[in-house]
Design a binder for this molecule. Sequence first.
Ligand code: PRP
Length: 182
Amino acid sequence: MNLNNDIKKILVTEEQIKARCKELAEEINKDYADKKPILLSLLRGSIPFVAELSKYITIPIQFDYMKASSYHGGTTSSGNVAVTILPSYKLEGRHVIVVEDIVDTGFTLSTVMKILAESKPASLEIATLLDKPAMRKVTDLSIKYIGFSIEPEFVVGYGLDYDELYRQLPYVGVLKEEIYKK
Ligand code: PRP
């Protein structure tokens, strides 16, 4: 069994992701010089992205984590967002960059941003590897750092799952339809 065989096409290669992470990190280095931001990653999907992005960030940063879920194993967002792990650090007065793998309807981040705003951070921005603007259902989301804008196709890899699998693939790919229509 090889998960790569379930992929119909590769949408974003490992090399493209690496190059884009370097560019985004350069922007963060400039925008947050002397600010020691917290990279607040949303579990589980953002881990490969934050790992790659942070390699090229040269200013002091801290890592924190939060867990929010909306897909519940399917291929479409439910809009029903459950926040089950909250950040460990005190965020008041801190510069926070929320790191996501994908923004789809925006329900997840919209919920997360409202919760985080209550902690009164000095600034609160979003970095996402992927954006699917055609799928957006919320209007109150402003995303500062976007890796790639993609068409509304269901994608896996680089942290993104189908039924909790495929997250370890080193690229973003489109799953063969027979896999999720079984
Ligand atoms: C996925 C993804 C985003 C969210 C995006 O998370 O990681 O957090 O859905 O969808 P939305 O913009 O429509 O809300 P999921 O709930 O699958 O949890 P995961 O990170 O554990 O995969």
